[in-house]
Design a protein around this ligand. Structure first.
Ligand code: HEM
Length: 358
């Protein structure tokens, strides 16, 4: 009881503190109608200020390609910039891709492998990835450029993590900026059934979410901070339909009504529209997600679950109200996530084509 009261007080204080920043659906409409994202890359993209990241995993180094392929990071950043200029949603897809790659078989580009007669059901076809995961063609374009200049040098696993880093940089208006150690090897194993085993579904409660993050060496702070990625991109109606049908869930009734208008009652694989995740600043990687969580204007049970313990609720409040805090923490957590179960020359390879093993 005391703890419930404590969470309530925290939330109330945060809501009062940020009341002036609240935006209604009018702003959502303006944002959705083609307002350029704050971080839209230009030809004069500034050099990011370096953050101090945690020490890299064995075998990984900062500036890994500085001798073997000096323009590698620059090429990837340019390809990502171009893709985001065309469609900011692809940037969201790339950030999600980094997560989905790392949680299944480690950060080894296993999520990129296409189906083959020898392996007809790779990760890519798992329900968390198909048909929703996007950005594969951006990775292909970057890898093609790299293979042209330095064949056989840059791993697809590194391309995935650099691409997510760069997408975060642009979509945050250059605020999320970090150096990334590299030297990951690409895996040769990719199994559809491992996606459901390791990627948490949107229906998970806090205990289940924490268990799935702990299984990958991530802690409660990482869970709260990385969930903030739901400040950009889209979701298919089927991912949250349980929360907008009757009886009403703990979602804000106004948002539930809007979503009911956007999602057909008879959802199926061919009739499953998408909606934006953050109704206030849909294309901006910012801390708006935490303000949405506090107002119960989030899509998934896993988002709402962050208010179900005092510890996570107070982290939500901190990220919502302390300027610049979430951006710094997100950068560090993305680096930490990128170090999960790294492969080496013994159990990996540098793929020539990210979609097939050599
Ligand atoms: C905490 C557990 C998480 C759950 C249960 C979860 C679940 C989901 C679901 C269901 C979607 C919508 C997919 C669709 O219907 O199209 C989604 C989208 C997204 N997720 Fe998560 N997610 C989690 C954590 C993360 C993390 C750690 C990241 C990255 C750091 C992330 C980044 C994203 C992004 C950027 C999108 C939008 C993708 C797009 O627009 O293409 N999520 N997530």
């Amino acid at each position: 009881m005391a703890s419930r009261l404590g969470v309530g007080v925290l939330i109330l204080a945060a809501l009062l503190g940020s009341a002036t920043a609240q935006a209604g659906y009018g702003e959502y409409t303006a944002a959705a109608q083609g307002m350029a994202p704050e971080g839209a890359p230009t030809s004069e993209t500034p050099v990011p200020p370096a953050q101090t990241p945690p020490p890299p995993a064995p075998g990984l180094r900062y500036g890994f390609y500085s001798r073997s392929c000096p323009p590698a990071e620059y090429f990837i950043r340019e390809v990502v910039a171009k893709a985001i200029r065309k469609n900011p949603g692809v940037g969201a897809g790339l950030i999600r891709m980094a997560f989905h790659d790392c949680f299944v078989q480690g950060c080894d580009a296993s999520v990129l492998l296409d189906a083959t007669p020898a392996n007809p059901r790779p990760e890519k076809l798992g329900p968390p990835n198909f048909p929703s995961l996007r950005g594969f063609e951006v990775i292909d374009a970057a890898k093609a450029l790299l293979e042209n200049f330095c064949p056989g040098v840059v791993s697809c696993a590194d391309v995935v993590q650099f691409a997510a880093r760069d997408a975060a940089f642009f979509l945050s208006g250059y605020k999320v900026s970090y150096r990334l150690p590299a030297g990951r090897f690409d895996g040769r194993v990719s199994l559809e059934n491992e996606t459901l085993a390791f990627l948490p579904p949107p229906s998970f409660n806090l205990t289940e979410l924490l268990d799935s993050f702990r299984a990958k060496g991530l802690d409660v702070d990482d869970l709260v901070v990385l969930s903030g990625a739901h400040t950009i991109g889209r979701a298919h109606c089927s991912s949250f339909s349980d929360r907008i049908s009757t009886p009403p869930s703990n979602m804000d009734p106004g948002l539930a009504t809007v979503l009911r208008g956007q999602c057909p009652a008879n959802l199926n694989f061919t009739n499953d529209p998408t909606v934006v995740q953050d109704i206030v600043t849909p294309n901006r990687l910012d801390n708006q997600y935490y303000k949405n969580v506090l107002r119960r204007k989030v899509l998934f049970n896993s988002d709402a679950a962050l208010l179900t313990s005092r510890q996570t609720a107070s982290k939500v409040v901190e990220n919502a109200v302390i300027r610049g805090r979430w951006e710094r923490k997100f950068a560090r957590a993305m680096v930490k996530m990128s170090l999960i179960e790294i492969k080496n020359a013994g159990n990996g390879e540098i793929r020539k084509n990210c979609r097939v093993v050599n």
